[in-house]
Design a protein around this ligand. Structure first.
Ligand code: B12
Ligand code: SF4
Length: 501
């Protein structure tokens, strides 16, 4: 089998020079780092520069005015993180897949005199593992903690652990500071977030982590709209776990977004189609694509995962409702559940083609530490190892029930090969002939062009190349909206911008 192409800088982090001598610490200067993680060569490299995480821009938004703050994302392939001027505080966001890199960065900066604060999902689930690597841990909601942490640094009174809950009203959070982002490096810097949490608690999701209490919270729609407007970007990506958990709120948000004449995509669960009039509101408000966790086509897998969702037999009808309103569907599928047999790969791929999903994302079932799934796998002695770097949903880290780990890994790679094949792209073309050309352009540019993405990322050309295409899509979408708003006009709508998280 031919290995997919992956350049070294997409699989290995930049080198941290152990000999490097730095200048003296600059007081009240904080550097925030999003660490490097290896990219899955089976999937599109484009998704890594679609839109930035809000973790650190949110923290930056809470930084007191007497502190200077900068942002560094190692995944933008611009070499090792900065050291000149040398920061007094380094804040690092940590997910399990890049925990090792975060610890290496922490060590490098601590050796040279910075105080290192670690926060993020992995710190919440594995604080004991992280503690030796940091001067302080921020467990849970970081926006509340950050100003206190900096005050304590100033007073030379830094505590080992800071803890916050997710109960404070979400609307009280300051807006993320998106102006710190290198806007030329992302397809859009309008990462938006309107809600926190999800009405589900699937056993494999990080939201089911032991001790994490995250009630569903919504920000005021005006706040969200103002932030979107302030970005000046034509395309926004909602990074909410599930923008559709409260349909009444989503409807309100759509009404407020509609006058902006922008386009956007979001993650939702398929029950958003319970009421097609809500889907219509989404389209009228500029929604061009949704990322939907369909997870599995087997009822028993969904029951095991405790996902409250319409049954797979009804998925096709629901996908068609989204398509009717010109909304692209990026279906997310998890492979390796206990009721999956070796037939799952072919069956899933065929279903995706039959229902003409413009895009799909495959994930190998991955037990995140602290989740019910992790406990189950541990109790059944099915975990193969605890090398978190490989817990990235692109590697098999447990023993599947009805196949070998190798068969699952090969089936996963096969699914991506099939999805990105000319034949599959063609089979999934939209029903409306007018939408075929933009769809093909998008599919080839987004999914079959990792060499191009690599070049664009390295040379910071992502925005320059993509934004004209995005603007074109926005204009086409405005035409669609006019037709949709006219009750006499038939449905069917072309759409181009993929929701590609
Ligand atoms: C944007 C996003 C991406 C982007 C950017 C990722 C990046 N790291 O740069 C892209 C598209 C590239 C991406 C890719 C992937 N992602 Co992603 N992604 C997200 C998403 C949708 C939004 C993140 C966000 O902005 N959250 C909002 C911020 C404000 O919340 P937060 O990160 O928790 O931060 C808060 C606290 O944790 C804390 N905090 C965080 N960091 C710090 C640091 C300091 C110093 C302090 C004080 C506090 C603090 O304060 C913040 C404010 O309260 C989340 C889902 C979600 N809604 O969170 C998934 C999510 C993070 N992704 C996930 C996964 C699995 C992936 C992939 C592995 C999937 C795949 N197979 O391709 C890849 C690879 C990336 C990787 N290895 O991590 C999982 C992670 C699960 C886990 N337990 O680690 C999530 C949670 C989705 C999910 N429901 O499972 N992703
Ligand atoms: S529906 Fe999605 S976001 Fe919600 S708990 Fe399940 S996997 Fe997590």
């Amino acid at each position: 089998m031919q290995r997919p192409w992956v350049p070294q800088e997409m699989s290995l982090p930049p080198r941290l020079d152990p000999e490097l001598r730095t200048s003296r610490v600059r007081p009240r200067y904080a550097l925030l780092i999003n660490p490097f993680y290896p990219k899955d060569p089976h999937a599109s490299f484009g998704k890594h520069v679609l839109t930035p995480t809000l973790a650190l821009t949110s923290i930056a938004g809470a930084t007191p005015g007497n502190w200077e703050v900068t942002y560094w994302d190692e995944n933008l392939l611009q070499g090792p993180p900065p050291w000149e001027p040398f920061p007094q505080v380094v804040g690092i966001t940590v997910h399990l897949t890049f925990a090792q890199r975060a610890y290496a960065l922490a060590k490098w900066y601590r050796c040279r005199g910075a105080r290192v604060i670690l926060g993020g999902l992995h710190i919440l689930s594995c604080p004991n593992e992280a503690a030796p690597h940091a001067d302080a841990l921020a467990i849970g909601e970081g926006v509340q903690l950050w100003p206190r942490i900096l005050q304590d640094v100033e007073a030379d009174n830094l505590q080992k652990v800071y803890q916050a809950t997710y109960h404070r009203p979400y609307r009280e959070d300051p807006a993320p500071r998106r102006n710190l982002l290198p806007s030329e490096s992302f397809l859009t810097t309008a990462s938006l977030i309107a809600t926190r949490g999800c009405h589900n608690r699937c056993g494999f999701c990080y939201l089911a982590t032991d001790g994490l209490k995250m009630p569903y919270q919504m920000r005021d729609v005006d706040q969200v709209v103002d932030e979107f407007q302030a970005t000046g970007q034509p395309y926004g990506v909602f990074t909410d776990n599930n923008l559709g958990s409260r349909p009444d709120y989503l409807r309100q948000l759509c009404k407020a977004l509609r006058p902006l004449e922008k386009i956007w995509s979001a993650a939702v669960t398929i029950d958003v189609t319970d009421d097609p009039s809500l889907v219509r509101e989404m389209a009228l408000a500029g929604c061009t694509g949704v990322f939907v966790g369909l997870e599995s086509l087997e009822n028993d897998n969904l029951t095991d995962a405790r996902k409250r969702t319409p049954r797979p037999a009804d998925y096709a009808r629901r996908v068609a409702i989204l398509h009717d309103y010109g909304i692209q569907v990026n279906g997310s599928f998890v492979l390796g559940f206990d009721h999956d047999r070796k037939t799952v790969f072919e069956k899933t791929a065929a279903w995706i083609e039959e229902n003409r999903l413009e895009c799909a994302t495959f994930h190998i079932l991955t037990p995140y530490p602290g989740t019910p799934l992790f406990k189950q796998m541990e109790a059944e002695s099915r975990l193969l190892h605890r090398n978190w770097t490989l817990y990235d949903t692109g590697h098999v880290v447990f023993r599947p029930r009805h196949m070998t780990p190798e068969e699952l890994a090969e089936g996963y790679a096969w699914c991506y090969r099939r999805l990105f094949s000319h034949r599959s792209i063609w089979r999934r073309r939209p029903a409306d002939p007018r939408a075929v050309l933009p769809y093909l352009a998008m599919s080839y540019l987004y999914k079959r062009s990792n060499r191009l993405w690599h070049f664009l990322i390295q040379h910071r050309l992502t925005a320059q190349v993509w934004r004209p295409l995005v603007e074109l899509t926005r204009r086409r979408h405005l035409t669609l909206r006019k037709r949709l708003a006219d009750p006499k006009s038939p449905l069917i709508a072309p759409a181009v911008v993929a929701a590609g998280v």
